[in-house]
Design a binder for this molecule. Structure first.
Ligand code: AMP
Ligand code: GLY
Length: 418
């Protein structure tokens, strides 16, 4: 099978790594990719938002399967263009990707499907905003309706800050605050059958102890030793399957990866958000634990044959990933700094620890930083304690001027806490 992956983050590197280890994959292409992906896939230039250009590249590479990683091309309808050309594609249509592209649409789907989520109001002017904030009280949760690369949400006790964020957006969703630990649960679906993956936890804040600004995600781990073993079955039954059924009922079937961001509250599981694609950095730890070869599963989702597959198989290992970010991330990051230590990790720490590239590029003999999140250092071990030790040993070998990373990824979970 020849596979073309669209995207350039650590998530796409994780996907390409798993696909490159799959004996059914005979050729692997990625566009635009990054310096790390270049080691496992042939890179191509493409405007990932241009459906015609992606389709043309799929034809040129003879792809039997196209995997669209990020949300922006999905929301722009890139998967529709590829599918219309008769090429199997893993990723939802633009209409179905609205479940991520519009928070108000997602709320409407959840209402239709009877899926538990935070109570909310959609507001388009200052009066509505003031009323909604008053109705729920602090802490205030204000969400930009549209795509915002994980940075559109403000959670604050400060009423003026809540109002200011709402004023900066066209349309906002204001909702009740959900307490309790967060879980990311991904499911692969062909629009009917839903195959949940193993749950993971993401660390969204920039600094240790969940302080500082929201980011795209600074680390992740799986499994969740503190979680109820019935969690996945429960979420399949109350969230994932009803949502997929509702999308089909509306005439916009969702195929691809449905990402449920969940809060485990004192009153039960609630959906915080849906995404229409693999999460980053959770994908790095989930795929590190998946034993079943990936390509056949993604192809079955693309072709509508998931119900015929045997159950997914998982390693008993735990996995931890630590994101190394540029100076000043999540504000405008500094780029162009050389990265050292990668060869040493490959020589000394592999195969238990390895580096997945996000914002990197090759300049001559050097690999240099080219984005906010630069690397996702991933490790497996017999438990979270060992996986953490291996991940942080590898992180310590990396030289990147001004870089930052959290030192507490999976620390509480390794000690048995949520
Ligand atoms: P989102 O982009 O919707 O995932 O939101 C980003 C982060 O904001 C989430 O991971 C939560 O930490 C936080 N958040 C979003 N909605 C709520 C809520 N209703 N209650 C508490 N925290 C929330
Ligand atoms: N890890 C959060 C996201 O991918 O949206």
């Amino acid at each position: 099978m020849k596979v073309l992956v669209i995207g350039s983050g650590a998530r796409e590197h994780a996907l390409c790594r798993s696909l490159s280890l799959d004996p059914d994959v005979t050729a692997l292409h990625c566009a635009p990719g990054n310096a790390g992906i270049a080691e496992v896939a042939e890179l191509h230039q493409v405007d990932a938002l241009d459906g015609a250009a992606v389709t043309e590249l799929a034809r040129e590479t003879g792809a039997d399967l196209v995997v669209v990683g990020p949300e922006a091309p999905l929301v722009a309808g890139v998967a529709d263009a590829v599918r219309e050309a008769g090429i199997p594609v893993f990723g939802p249509s633009g209409a179905a990707a609205r479940i991520e592209g519009s928070k108000a649409f997602a709320k409407d789907v959840m209402a239709g499907a009877g899926v538990p989520t935070a109570r909310s109001y959609v507001c388009t002017n200052a009066e509505e905003v003031a009323e909604a904030l008053d109705a729920f009280g602090a802490p205030y949760v204000v969400k930009d309706d549209g795509l915002a690369a994980g940075k559109g949400v403000v959670v604050t006790d400060d009423l003026e800050a809540a109002k200011a964020h709402a004023a900066a957006c066209d349309r906002v969703v204001i909702e009740e605050f959900l307490d309790g630990p967060e879980v990311s649960l991904f499911a692969i679906t062909d629009g009917e059958t839903v195959l949940p993956l193993q749950p993971a936890q993401d660390f969204k804040r920039a600094l240790n102890g969940d302080e500082g600004p929201n980011t795209g995600g600074m680390g992740a781990y799986s499994p969740l030793p503190w979680a109820d073993p019935k969690l996945v079955d429960e979420v399949l039954e109350t969230v994932l399957q009803p949502t997929v059924d509702e999308m089909r009922r509306r005439g916009t079937p969702f195929s691809g990866l449905l990402y449920a961001g969940l809060a485990i509250t004192s009153r039960g599981v609630r959906v915080i958000e849906f995404n229409a694609r693999f999460g980053d950095p959770e994908t790095q730890v989930v795929l590190a634990r998946l034993k079943t070869p990936l390509a056949g599963v993604l192809l079955a989702a693309a072709n509508g044959g998931l119900g015929d597959l045997p159950p997914l198989r998982w390693r008993d290992d735990a996995a931890v990933t630590v994101v190394v970010a540029s100076h000043n991330y999540p504000d405008t990051p500094r780029t162009g700094d050389p990265i050292t230590g990668l060869d040493e990790i490959a020589a000394v720490d592999a195969p238990h620890a390895y580096v997945l590239h996000a914002g990197t590029k090759r300049v001559g003999d050097d690999v240099v930083s080219a984005g906010g999140r630069v690397l996702s250092v991933t490790a497996t071990g017999k438990d979270l304690t060992q996986a953490r030790e291996r991940a942080y040993t590898a992180v310590a070998r990396i030289g990147l001027d001004g870089s930052q990373h959290r030192t507490d990824i999976a620390a509480k979970a390794a000690a048995g806490e949520a």
